[in-house]
Design a protein around this ligand. Sequence first.
Ligand code: B12
Ligand code: SF4
Length: 546
Amino acid sequence: MEQLDCVVIGYNEGDFQDYRAMCEGSGAGSPTLQIYSKEYLEVDGRHLSWMDGLSALRNRATGRDDRYHVGEVHNLAGLYLSNFLRKAGLSAEAVSLFSAEQERLADLLERGPRVVAVTTTFYVNIMPVLPVIDFVRAYAPDAHIVVGGPLVDNICMDGVEGMAQDLLHGMGADSYIVESQGEGALVELVRAVRRGAPLDGIANTVTLSDAGRWVAGPKKPEANNIDHAAIDWSGFSPELIGTTAQTRTARSCAFKCSFCDYPMRAGALTTASVDTVRHELRSMAELGVKNLVFVDDTFNVPPKRFKELCRMLIEEDLGLNWYSYFRCSNARDEETFDLAAQSGCRGVFLGIESGDQDILAAMNKLAQDAQYRNGIAQLKQRGITTFASIIVGFPGENERTVQNTIDFLNETGPTFWRAQPWWGNPKAPVYQRKELHGIEGEAYNWSHHTMNSREAANWCDVMFEKVTESVWLPLYDFDFWALPYLDGKGLKVEDLVPILRASQEIMRERDRATPDAVRLTSLNDELYKAVAAVDMAPSRFGFATV
Ligand code: B12
Ligand code: SF4
């Protein structure tokens, strides 16, 4: 079989039991444990992620071995990077979910790839990278392993000195790419490995010197043409892609929310042309894709382009349902909502963050409460599923502002919601006014003039009790992005709502100081019956393959 130039490995979700131990290790009252408490199900005495819990209950009813997992929707960085390499005349294959595709990965590694590229989009520490590198070393000891993506970018943000050296050694790759894009550097690296040329001068790469130190090559920001980089979907098989697929029509974001550093890292907003998107969607539909996810951070901005995209989707009439992030504050006329609905919009992720006007202003959200209320009402009228994501504990937050958010959620009734304690990102703009807000600490361990992280976790619990007009969505390997995936499996929102509502009731009962064991058993029975009653297509992965 022909030798491959590169294999790109997508997502390794890590071990849920390790994640549980980490959360429990943070101690009672910590934000991490609070988040964990609202994202697991207990099945046969074992804590499982919500999606694994769903699979286990279904398997009990069907006798099958289905492992439903959002990573069945092919990892987009994997597809994007392998497509980019192919366009540069190199051969490349992608793997989506490491834990479930080890057999296929082993087959690809048998083909002696020159380079194995490891993505890190979803990682906040190096742990998930380690088993991937061990696996590749065992099956393809001669392959050059390169790790890139957001994790490496974050580690090397201030250069490759000190802690960065240790972490790069700790991961154990042969080189790293430090760039918010990085696809250009990957092509150069693969070409150099192919030629047997030295790697140390390649822009945006970090290589190991003879003295055992990581040394950064020249820094050269990439500005890859987003139209030229569009994915040629005909190069991937329908089995690999399935009925739900993600794509991206823009890079970065035009806003500057004060809790987020993404636009600073990703550069200026860059959009693909409507025609590029048209061609991509046609080839996706030809593969059999039915549910489409636009992962763009602000899909309906600029508004004029959004309308053009919707009109194109209507014209093409490809039978696609679509999902995306959506900013209500930029949807200023009814036509926007009409076009969204007519073009197949089925669900939107609303970064609401807060129902309090002062907090929104402090976050620099450039959004008004009235715009949110109107937006949710318009979307609901058109049968579009809404998910409201809330941050609790941003500087300025207090009992009154939390109550305003609770009222907002109960009055507007988005289909789904979730609140999470604020994650203090020291690179985000709000940290430039640290003294003003009295911010001390970061990540999930902080305090400021009006709250601390443990109080924020407690308020999330209070909200969980008091928000009654919307249904909680778990986070771990679920989130809004699981909705299009489950829809593709036949689990429609109207069937998912009662299932999630039942699990929310279970979480409420089990987290009480003295849970009622009889009620808990009856709620678990109710959940099982609801899961057993739905009609779902088999999953691509099984537990036996893990
Ligand atoms: C869809 C999604 C998910 C889905 C993915 C489902 C699936 N089937 O793939 C799921 C539900 C798993 C998910 C989960 C999480 N997610 Co998420 N997710 C996204 C989202 C919307 C899209 C990611 C994507 O595909 N982007 C498009 C691709 C093309 O871009 P990319 O992956 O960045 O890759 C580019 C470069 O980074 C680079 N690159 C990447 N890897 C490599 C490797 C090499 C070698 C090279 C050269 C280049 C390279 O190449 C690509 C092209 O330039 C992003 C937001 C966004 N719009 O990007 C958030 C995002 C990635 N998620 C984020 C987070 C925080 C999470 C969670 C940790 C949430 C949490 N708090 O628990 C979890 C992690 C997993 C878990 N335990 O639940 C953050 C990441 C922050 C960070 N790492 O700094 C983001 C950016 C959202 C945000 N703004 O906060 N997520
Ligand atoms: S939170 Fe979203 S809209 Fe705000 S700056 Fe970050 S990516 Fe942009």
